[in-house]
Write a protein that binds this ligand. Structure first.
Ligand code: DX5
Ligand code: ZN
Length: 216
C-alpha cells in the first residue's frame, strides 16, 4: 500500500487556520492529524472541541485525532460526534485498553493506540486484533518540532512482523520529527502513515514538502 501523509495541525498558523486547512485539502496529503493535549498526560495544552468542530466544517479529508489526555474514555463519544474518523488513545493513559478500543470501534471510528518512546510494542500483543492503527511516538509527546528518536526504526520493524503474524492490516503511524530526511527509511521499515507537522507547515513551500514526503 502506498503510504499516507498526515500533516499535524499543531504546526499550522492558528490565526489563519482556514487557509491552512484549505492548503491540506488542495494538497496530496491524506489525513488531518489533530493533537489534543490536556496539560496532564503531557506538559502542554493544545486545542479542544470548539477548534476541532471548526476544522471539521472545512476539512475534506479524514480527521486523525491523537488524544494525549488522561482517562480518554470520558470523551470517546464527544470525538465521534465531532467527526473523528480515527481516534487514537495512549496505552499509558488507559487502564482497560481492550474496552476502550472496543468502544471506539462501536462508535464507528477506527481505533488507534499510541505508544510513548519507552513503551515496548509487546504491550499490544493481546489487543492486535482489536485495533486499526498503532501510533509509534518517535518523540516524547507534548510538542512539535522535536528531534526524531532513531530507535523508532527497530520498533517499526518489530511491530510490522507482529501485525503480519497476527494477520492484522492495522496501520503503523509514526509521529514526531518526521521529514524529508527520514520518511523513506520509515516506509521501508514498515510504516504506512507519516505524521508531519513542522516539516509541512514550516517548509518554505508546503506543497512541495508534501509531494516530497509522498514520494512524488
Ligand atoms: C507531538 C505530537 C505530534 C506533533 C508532531 O506530541 O503528537 O503530532 O505535532 O510535530 P512534528 O512533526 O513537528 O514533530
Ligand atoms: Zn500526534
Amino acid at each position: 500500500m502506498e503510504h499516507l501523509l498526515a500533516p499535524s495541525i499543531l504546526a499550522a498558523d492558528f490565526a489563519n487556520l482556514e487557509r491552512d486547512i484549505q492548503l491540506i485539502n488542495a494538497s496530496e496529503a491524506d489525513w488531518f492529524h489533530l493533537d489534543v493535549m490536556d496539560g496532564v498526560f503531557v506538559p502542554n495544552i493544545s486545542f479542544g472541541m470548539p477548534v476541532i468542530k471548526s476544522i471539521a466544517t472545512h476539512a475534506t479529508k479524514p480527521l486523525d485525532v491523537h488524544l494525549m489526555i488522561v482517562d480518554p474514555d470520558r470523551y470517546l463519544s464527544t470525538f465521534a460526534n465531532l467527526g473523528a474518523d480515527v481516534l487514537t488513545v495512549h496505552a499509558e493513559a488507559c487502564t482497560h485498553l481492550h474496552r476502550t478500543l472496543a468502544q471506539i470501534r462501536s462508535l464507528g471510528m477506527k481505533a488507534g493506540v499510541a505508544l510513548n518512546p519507552h513503551t515496548p510494542v509487546s504491550t499490544l500483543t493481546d489487543v492486535l486484533g482489536d485495533l486499526d492503527l498503532v501510533c509509534l511516538m518517535s518523540v516524547n509527546p507534548g510538542f512539535g518540532g522535536q528531534k526524531f528518536i532513531e530507535r523508532t526504526y527497530e520498533k517499526t520493524t518489530v511491530l510490522r512482523s507482529m501485525l503480519t503474524a497476527a494477520g492484522s492490516n492495522a496501520h503503523i503511524e509514526i509521529d514526531g520529527g518526521v521529514g524529508p530526511g527520514n520518511w523513506k527509511a520509515l516506509v521501508e521499515a514498515g510504516a504506512d502513515v507519516l505524521v508531519a507537522g513542522s516539516s509541512t507547515f514550516n517548509a518554505a513551500d508546503p506543497h512541495a514538502a508534501i509531494l516530497e514526503m509522498k514520494g512524488q
